[in-house]
Design a protein around this ligand. Structure first.
Ligand SMILES: [Zn+2]
Length: 236
């Protein structure tokens, strides 16, 4: 006799299939970790004891949370070489304690020599900021990018191709975030003490994998607007 599964049975089967798939996805991560440990240990038996001994990175990477732009892979560097902070659309907000803590630790404790703000073309966060659609809580974060748009609206409004407009805002956003870092007390005080701290702006092109250096490297507070330059002495 032909037996037809009822909806309840079908739903139960689908749910088992889904949970199996989810379990497999999770297990793959743990297996990936074991494979990584095995590969590294085969190449260098001391690898993990050296890694555990401490870090001396020269670089702080401030990039987008997008899963396609991991700092180490993009720069072909190894664990221990790049200190990393990531958020949606690589924004540096001067009241963001998370970003400021990372910056302060990287600049004053690790003494990194390069801070790189790295955006990427086709950034979903930038595209969302250019739209009028509501996405939820993130809309409040994206307001920082709408502010960047407001500063450059004359240039951006002349671009009719939406893709090109997003990509130009990606570049302008990186440049503004580089300036935002330069305006912090952390960077300005560090520049008074040492000459080897540089702030760079990059954009990654995911079509080629290549980085475009936006040539906005800052090495001193020289080019900051007068209002942002801070005196050495603090108010007591
Ligand atoms: Zn992005």
């Amino acid at each position: 006799m032909f037996f037809r599964k009822n909806n309840k049975e079908k739903a139960a089967e689908m749910s088992t299939e889904r949970s199996e798939k989810q379990k497999r996805g999770y297990e793959e991560l743990l297996q990936g970790n074991r494979d990584w440990v095995k590969n590294e240990t085969e190449k260098d038996p001391e690898y993990f004891s050296k890694l555990a001994a401490g870090q001396e990175p020269d670089v702080l990477w401030i990039g987008c949370s997008d899963s396609r732009v991991p700092a180490n892979e993009v720069t072909n560097t190894r664990p221990g070489q790049v200190f990393v902070h990531r958020n949606i659309a690589n924004v540096c907000v001067h009241s963001d304690m998370n970003m400021l803590s990372v910056l302060d630790y990287a600049v004053n404790v690790l003494k990194v020599k390069h801070v790189i703000v790295s955006g990427h073309y086709g950034c979903g966060g930038i595209a969302a900021a250019l739209s009028n659609q509501q996405f939820g809580l993130i809309d409040n974060w994206l307001r920082h990018i709408k502010d960047v748009y407001r500063l450059h609206s004359n240039e951006l409004d002349r671009i009719t191709d939406e893709k090109l407009k997003v990509n130009r805002l990606v570049e302008l956003n990186v440049i503004e975030q580089v300036y935002n870092l330069c305006k912090t007390t952390i960077v300005q005080n560090a520049w008074r003490e040492r000459e080897d701290l540089e702030i760079h702006g990059w954009v990654i092109d995911l079509n080629s994998g290549l980085v475009k250096d936006l040539q906005v490297t800052a090495k001193s507070s020289e080019n900051l607007g007068e209002i942002f330059k801070l005196d050495e002495s603090r108010v007591r």
